[in-house]
Ligand binder design. Structure first.
Ligand code: GLY
Ligand code: MN
Ligand code: MN
Length: 438
């Protein structure tokens, strides 16, 4: 059972029908099951665009939107229920439930695609699909159009334009509905509790994977899974931006950076906290941490309707540059350092990304060279950081420190709401949590 109601998926399909118009057909196929190794599969997770339109969790299915089609505008092709398969793999959707539960007008056996799709294409000018995402499927679309061209039906007319559907879906997905926001709040709450738990159990001598286990235990108990591979970097591992090995010992006196999110109803949270392995920030760690925290606050305060996408980043880099200047880690004139992006030696990524069904969610950041404007119901991350690797040319007391603070922020009508606000962020709050017995 999906958390988003079938009527919402239906509404999205109707919106696509309206966008493409009566001379067109849209076709999206579910992603295939992915083999991990040998004959073992990865757990199936539908492609986000496909799920967004269908609410369907099953592989071997395909959706068609065919505006003004007499037999039905939205059609799901799926597997017929096979009792032998049910014995091995559990319940299947089947055509009846596709209509009753997912609110499709029609549903057919996936095996009938080659017969039915050319008939649905006949008389339409354009085919919208995920052009370029799956070469075999691109070929299939061309084969189906060729079948219409070659058929013997009276008045057959094959589509002559193939159009990428992706950008239309990307634009829709940027704005979250009430129920999507509810899912994202839940995903953030689940991850927040797990982050707090990791703070509570952390101590020198544990390994990064022990915290990973704690995170997974906490979110799994909420019927959730990780929205991406957790990054748990102790000491200078925190400076490896995509560190996922998580196999080093957590040392007394080091910080640990944890970037870990939960997925709920397929919606992601994406949260980072950086705290001391032994429960107390050193002077240098605290100095750098408070710069990142101030950058975070400055960036979050720029999240409001009407501001453009890059304003939070611009605010963050100013705070980070000033902070590094104050500590003597950057030298020179402030505006010249900003212009020359000198902060990039220590802060080499952007301050956020869209968040939704994908952790790096779809949606444009700029159009025709202009940053997009923030609008209510968009969700983005704010995630400034400072990373000083072991080889940086700085006083040794600052070496091997990596800090990021990341939150999930909803743009509201009048400003913003931090969905991940339940995870403490200040030094005082974090140290207080770490002092408490587990
Ligand atoms: N966890 C990936 C990111 O923060 O973008
Ligand atoms: Mn992120
Ligand atoms: Mn992250």
């Amino acid at each position: 059972m999906s958390i988003i109601k079938a009527s919402e998926f239906k509404k999205r399909r109707k919106q696509i029908a309206k966008i493409i118009g009566a001379d067109s057909i849209a076709i999206i196929k579910a992603k295939d099951v992915c083999i991990r190794n040998g004959d073992a599969d990865y757990k199936y997770r539908p492609d986000s665009h496909y799920y967004y339109l269908t609410g369907c969790h099953e592989a071997d299915s395909l959706m068609v939107i065919c505006p003004d089609n007499e037999a039905g505008e939205d059609i799901l092709f799926c597997r017929e229920i096979d009792l032998n398969n049910v014995i091995w793999n559990g319940p299947m959707l089947g055509s009846d439930a596709a209509k009753e539960d997912l609110e499709f007008d029609c549903s057919y056996d996936i095996k009938s695609l080659d017969n039915i799709i050319p008939q649905l294409m006949n008389g339409r000018d354009k085919v919208y699909f995920m052009l370029g995402e799956d070469t075999d499927f691109d070929k299939k679309i061309v084969q189906w159009t060729n079948k219409v061209k070659k058929n013997k039906w009276a008045k057959s007319q094959a589509p002559h334009e193939l159009i990428a559907l992706k950008s239309f879906l990307d634009d829709m997905r940027v704005y979250k509905s009430k129920d999507e926001i509810r899912c994202m709040q839940k995903a953030a709450d689940i991850a927040a509790a797990a982050h707090i738990q990791m703070m509570k159990v952390c101590k020198p001598g544990l390994f990064e994977y022990n915290l990973n286990a704690e995170f997974l235990k906490s979110i799994t108990n909420e019927n959730s899974q990780a929205s991406y591979l957790p990054i748990i970097g102790g000491g200078s591992n925190a400076c490896i931006l995509h560190y996922i090995n998580n196999n080093h010992e957590l040392k007394n006196g080091d910080l640990v950076l944890i970037d870990a999110g939960a997925e709920y109803g397929y919606y992601a949270s994406d949260i980072t906290r950086t705290f001391p392995v032994n429960g107390q920030y050193s002077k240098e760690q605290a100095e750098l941490y408070n710069i990142v925290l101030a950058a975070h606050t400055a960036a979050v305060n720029k999240v409001e309707p009407g501001n453009h996408w890059n304003e939070p980043h611009e605010a963050a880099v100013r705070v980070i540059t000033q902070g590094l200047l104050d500590l003597g880690l950057l030298k020179g004139d402030f505006e010249t350092l900003i212009k020359g992006q000198s902060y990039a030696h220590f802060y080499m990524h952007k301050t956020g990304h869209w968040l939704g069904l994908d952790v790096h969610d779809c949606g444009e950041y700029s159009i025709d060279g202009l940053w997009v404007e923030l609008e209510a119901n968009m969700v983005l991350t704010i995630e400034p950081g400072i990373y000083i690797g072991d080889n940086a040319k700085v006083p040794s007391k600052y070496k091997g420190i990596g800090i990021r603070i990341e939150d999930d922020v909803l743009v509201t009508k009048n400003g913003h709401k931090i969905l991940s606000n339940k995870v403490p962020r200040t030094i005082k709050e974090i140290e207080a949590i770490m002092r408490k017995p587990v």
